[in-house]
Design a protein around this ligand. Sequence first.
Ligand code: 5GP
Ligand code: ZN
Length: 116
Amino acid sequence: MKFKKDCIFCRIAAGEIPSDKVYEDERIVAFKDLNPQAPVHVLVVPKAHFATLAEMSGEDAELVKHALQTVPRIAASLGLANGYRLIVNQGEDAGQTVHHLHIHLLGGKPLGEKIV
Ligand code: 5GP
Ligand code: ZN
C-alpha cells in the first residue's frame, strides 16, 4: 500500500496519529474533521496514499468505487437520513490543503446555498 511518511492522513490511517474514527475497513477509513463545517463533517479516506484522483490509474478506480459505495452506510450510521453533501477538493484552485485524497461528507442540517 502506498504510504507517505510525512502525510497526516497516511499516519491517521495507520493509527500513528489519533482520530475520531466512525468507520474503518481494510481499504478506507472515515473520521471526524478537526474543523467541522457542519454538525456532521467526516472525511472518507482511502488508506493508500494518492494526492489527487489524477494519481490513480486503472485498478485504483476500484478503491474510489468502494469508498463511494460505502458512503451511504457511513451516512446512515451518522443519522443523515435527510441527506448530505460530498465534496472532493482537487488541487490549488479548489483549496485542497491535505494532499491525500479524501471525500468530505457533510450533513446534519440544511447545507445552504449550493455552488452547483
Ligand atoms: P481539504 O481542504 O484538503 O479538502 O480538507 C482537509 C481537511 O482536513 C480540512 O477540513 C481540515 O479541517 C482537516 N484536517 C486537517 N488536518 C487534520 C487532522 O489532523 N485531523 C483531522 N481529523 N482533520 C484534519
Ligand atoms: Zn497520505
